[in-house]
Structures are given as structure tokens and as C-alpha cells.
Design a binder for this molecule. Structure first.
Ligand SMILES: *[C@@H]1O[C@H](CO)[C@@H](O)[C@H](O)[C@H]1NC(C)=O
Ligand SMILES: *[C@@H]1O[C@H](CO)[C@@H](O)[C@H](O)[C@H]1NC(C)=O
Ligand SMILES: *[C@@H]1O[C@H](CO)[C@@H](O)[C@H](O)[C@H]1NC(C)=O
Ligand SMILES: *[C@@H]1O[C@H](CO)[C@@H](O)[C@H](O)[C@H]1NC(C)=O
Ligand SMILES: *[C@@H]1O[C@H](CO)[C@@H](O)[C@H](O)[C@H]1NC(C)=O
Ligand SMILES: *[C@@H]1O[C@H](CO)[C@@H](O)[C@H](O)[C@H]1NC(C)=O
Ligand SMILES: *[C@@H]1O[C@H](CO)[C@@H](O)[C@H](O)[C@H]1NC(C)=O
Ligand SMILES: *[C@@H]1O[C@H](CO)[C@@H](O)[C@H](O)[C@H]1NC(C)=O
Length: 407
């Protein structure tokens, strides 16, 4: 009893230390991010190593095109172009967005994302994740949402250098699939935890969505997923208390992974990217210098095709067939009620109106730049989210990414 009381006291003390650091919702949402602007032509494609054809648009264009807006109930819509017909156009690129948040995530952070809908559909690959920027996986990668096509459940994952493992000794509600987070093990399978049918795709959308919460503290990293009807009442509040939320869906305890060693200081990044994982055949002949890249990408391509057949073989023979058809992207959107971050940091000031914190290591404007390590990153990770993320866009900081990709 005494011990329990002490535990509760400590827990409350921790909860009370946390304060709102950022509130990504409503009209305040737009200016909290850097917008990566990128035309999906061959060389630029190589530069960022996005395996596909995509045009990441700036904020002005995206809002003009209604790819990004606040809808009638006050939620953020971030979407892929689902109105442009790309058939009969061998150089077609589909417009989308990649947003990189200005504020960092550090140990001592709670992040919550409440969404009504997340992208799904054949050729669609959504992700909500964090990455440590250059020299992946030195500063780690944390995947909060990942799956592709018409898959029905979400997966949580970490990707690290050698020595970080998931524990089989802690209670979680998800299914622990693999324990070694080291990026070399099992072709970067990571330490993966899968979730229920309500956590992804049409199951998620038909249930009114739900909320993901990510807590990083001295205990390690915990992730909860709450289907809409089970979202704790304090989640949207100014003082959410993880101690009352029960068994997490995924838990990477510090006993088997020293998260301060394997994950660097982080910049919170919200990225929504649509990546069309197809190369126009014309590029293969007009840009022979990219063939080695294409070859390497084929690992991913094969993986993608395999996965495509898993759930989409009745829709099309291959994923590239889907790309020109705008209607195929009708479900390729996020509808986000809010993303909030809470921090125990005294440096990060609570700021719901936007702007970078003083601890932001990534000056605004670096988001569009790319480094060779981003390429190595993406190329080597056909089986992981990393392929989505030219995350090295962030210098020296771990990025939280919100991404979905069509390949
Ligand atoms: C790509 O996005 C930019 C804005 O970032 C926009 O100006 C341009 O028109 C877009 N390209 C296409 C083909 O729509
Ligand atoms: C083909 O697609 C590219 C990229 O989306 C666009 O710039 C171009 O205008 C399109 N061509 C035609 C003929 O529509
Ligand atoms: C914030 O939380 C982290 C992780 O639990 C801890 O290491 C750090 O000391 C805390 N900082 C403050 C100012 O309380
Ligand atoms: C693991 O990361 C290293 C870079 O540190 C990279 O050279 C290697 O290709 C990666 N392996 C896999 C399977 O991703
Ligand atoms: C975040 O901002 C929205 C308005 O956009 C507000 O309704 C909500 O209460 C805020 N959340 C917190 C935790 O302050
Ligand atoms: C996927 O299905 C298509 C058509 O049914 C077939 O041509 C292709 O070889 C299959 N791919 C794989 C990887 O099985
Ligand atoms: C695009 O998708 C949205 C959301 O699913 C849908 O409401 C809209 O009708 C679609 N636009 C077109 C042109 O089909
Ligand atoms: C919040 O950010 C805005 C924009 O950068 C800045 O003007 C404002 O002073 C900040 N407020 C606080 C409380 O830090």
C-alpha cells in the first residue's frame, strides 16, 4: 500500500512536470511546419532518393489546390491529389505534401495524434514516424504508423544501430513480431509490434479513427493506440496522464534499449509525403546513370509488388498501374483532429501559436536540402519505412514524420 502510494506520488509528479509544448490543430497548424518543395524529376528524385514520381508542394500551392486545409468540423485534411488524371502521360507526377515540423521531440516528451482517417488504398503507403536525420540509423527511427495498400493493421517499430532490443518481459497489448531493432538484422525488420484491425486502413476509418500516443521518458518508449470509443477522457486535455491509460500497445523499455543512446535529440517533424513508387520507363533510357539506383530500388520494388499482390491483386496487376488513376487516391488522406506534444523541458516553452523553439537544432529552410546519407538510408531500407523518408532533411535531429506514400 505504502509502495503503491509512493508510486502514485511519483507518477503524478512526473505527469505534472509535463506541459503543452505544441498544438498542431486548426489554423495554427500550417505554420508549425517547414514544407518540403520538390519536383519529382529524375535527378531531383535521385537527390532525395524517393523511389518514385512525386511533387512535394509548398504551402501556398497545397492550400490553393486544396491538398491541405481545415475542414468544416475543424480538422486538418492533408491529402494526395485525387483529381488529376495521369493516364497517357509518361512523366506524370502526383502532387502531395511533406511537412517537417519546426519543434523538436526530446526524452521527456509525450506526443498525441488523434485522427479520424488515415490514408489507405492500393499503391498507398502511409506512415507516421520519426527519424534521426543524417547517418541513419545512428540517431534511430521510430515508426508510429506503418502499412501499405489494403493491409488491415498498423505496425510500430524501431530501427537502430546494434544493441537496442525489444523486451519479451514487458506487458503490451500488441503482438511482438521481432525483437532486434538493429537495422542489419533480418534486412532491417526492426523490433516490430503489430496491432488490431482497428488501427489502420478501412478498419480505422470505419471506426471513426482513433488516437496514438507516444511517451518517451526514463522508462523507455511506450506507444498506445486507442480506437475512437476507448480514447481516455484526458487525452485531448491540457494534462494528459499516461499513468492512467493501462497497458501500452508497444513498449520498448530502457532495460533492453538505452533510448538516450540509440536515439538522439529530436526535432518533431510532421511529414506527409506521397511517393509514387514507380519510375517512368522513359527515365531508364534517358537517364542511364540512375540504373544502378534503379537496380537497388528494385529490391524495394519487388517487395512492393509482393505486398501489392497480398491485398490488391484483384484491383490491378501491379501498383504502377494504379498511379495515373486519381480515383484510386480518394482514401489517400489524413484527417487529423490534433497533434499535441507535451514536454518536461524547461527550454521548450509551451507555445500553441507556432514557431520554432529555442532548442530547435534545425533552422527553417534546411528541410528542402538533402544529403547523400539520405540516399543510403532510403536505398538500404526496402522493408522499412525508411524508404519513405529522405529524413536526413533534418540536420542532426530526429524527425517525427507523418508520411504516406504511394509507390
Ligand atoms: C509542384 O509543386 C509546386 C509547388 O511546390 C507547383 O508550383 C508546381 O506547379 C507543381 N507541379 C505540378 C506539375 O503540378
Ligand atoms: C504530365 O505530368 C507532368 C507532371 O505531373 C506535368 O508537368 C505535365 O504537364 C503533364 N503533361 C500533360 C500533357 O498533361
Ligand atoms: C525530462 O525527462 C527525461 C526523461 O525522463 C529526464 O531524463 C530529464 O531529466 C527530464 N528533464 C527535466 C527538466 O525534468
Ligand atoms: C544498416 O545501416 C547501415 C548504415 O549504418 C547501412 O550501411 C546498412 O546498409 C543498413 N542495413 C540495412 C539492411 O538496412
Ligand atoms: C489545441 O488547440 C485547439 C484549437 O485548435 C483547442 O481546441 C485544444 O483545446 C487545444 N489543445 C490543448 C491541449 O490545449
Ligand atoms: C502479382 O500478380 C501479377 C498478376 O497477377 C503477376 O503478374 C505478378 O508476377 C505477381 N507478382 C508477384 C511478386 O507475385
Ligand atoms: C477526392 O477525395 C475526397 C475524399 O475522399 C472526395 O470527397 C472527393 O470527391 C474526391 N475528389 C474527386 C475529384 O473524386
Ligand atoms: C510562440 O511562437 C510565436 C511564433 O514564433 C512567437 O511569436 C511567440 O512569442 C511564442 N510564444 C511563446 C509563449 O513562446
Amino acid at each position: 500500500m505504502y509502495v503503491t502510494l509512493l508510486a502514485i506520488l511519483f507518477a503524478s509528479a512526473f505527469a505534472q512536470e509535463m506541459h503543452l509544448a505544441a498544438n498542431y490543430s486548426g489554423d495554427a497548424f500550417f505554420d508549425l511546419w517547414n514544407y518540403k518543395s520538390f519536383e519529382g524529376t529524375g535527378i531531383q528524385l535521385l537527390t532525395v532518393y524517393l523511389i518514385g514520381v512525386v511533387n512535394f508542394t509548398d504551402q501556398v500551392f497545397a492550400r490553393e489546390q486544396n491538398l491541405l486545409f481545415v475542414n468544416s468540423v475543424g480538422n486538418i485534411i492533408m491529402k494526395t491529389d485525387n483529381f488529376t488524371d495521369g493516364s497517357s502521360n509518361s512523366s506524370f507526377v502526383r502532387n502531395s505534401l511533406q511537412l517537417l515540423s519546426k519543434d523538436p521531440i526530446t526524452p521527456g516528451t509525450l506526443m498525441i495524434m488523434d485522427a479520424v482517417h488515415m490514408p489507405f488504398g492500393c499503391a498507398v503507403w502511409p506512415a507516421f514516424w520519426m527519424n534521426g536525420g543524417p547517418n541513419w540509423p545512428q540517431l534511430g527511427e521510430i515508426d508510429i504508423v506503418e502499412n501499405i495498400n489494403l493491409a488491415t493493421n498498423n505496425a510500430y517499430n524501431l530501427h537502430t544501430t546494434q544493441g537496442c532490443k525489444a523486451s519479451t518481459q514487458v506487458q503490451i497489448t500488441g503482438d511482438l513480431i521481432s525483437t532486434d531493432c538493429f537495422n542489419v538484422t533480418n534486412h532491417d525488420q526492426g523490433c516490430k509490434v503489430t496491432d488490431s484491425d482497428l488501427s489502420y486502413g478501412s478498419g480505422f476509418a470505419n471506426n471513426g479513427g482513433g488516437a496514438f500516443a507516444f511517451l518517451w521518458n526514463d522508462d523507455g518508449m511506450k506507444i498506445w493506440f486507442f480506437p475512437r470509443p476507448t480514447i481516455p477522457a484526458d487525452l485531448p486535455s491540457a494534462n494528459p496522464n499516461p499513468d492512467t491509460w493501462g497497458t501500452p500497445t508497444a513498449f520498448y523499455p530502457s532495460s533492453t534499449c538505452d533510448t538516450t543512446k540509440f536515439f538522439g535529440p529530436q526535432t518533431l517533424i510532421l511529414v506527409e509525403s506521397t511517393v509514387i513508387f514507380s519510375l517512368p520507363t522513359s527515365w531508364l533510357t534517358t537517364l542511364p546513370e540512375i540504373c544502378s539506383y534503379v537496380q537497388e530500388i528494385n529490391v524495394c520494388g519487388n517487395f512492393a509488388v509482393e505486398k501489392f499482390n497480398d491485398t490488391c491483386s484483384s484491383v490491378a496487376a501491379q501498383c504502377t498501374d494504379v498511379v495515373p488513376n486519381p480515383a484510386a487516391f480518394d482514401e489517400a488522406y489524413f484527417e487529423i483532429r490534433y497533434i499535441t506534444t507535451f514536454s518536461n523541458s524547461t527550454i521548450l516553452k509551451a507555445n500553441t501559436t507556432g514557431g520554432s523553439s529555442s532548442s530547435d537544432p534545425s533552422p527553417s529552410g534546411t528541410a528542402g536540402s538533402q544529403t547523400p546519407s539520405a540516399q543510403a538510408n532510403s536505398k538500404s531500407n526496402g522493408h522499412s519505412l525508411s524508404i519513405l523518408g529522405p529524413l536526413s532533411v533534418l540536420s542532426g535531429a530526429v524527425a517525427l514524420l507523418f508520411a504516406f506514400a504511394s509507390y
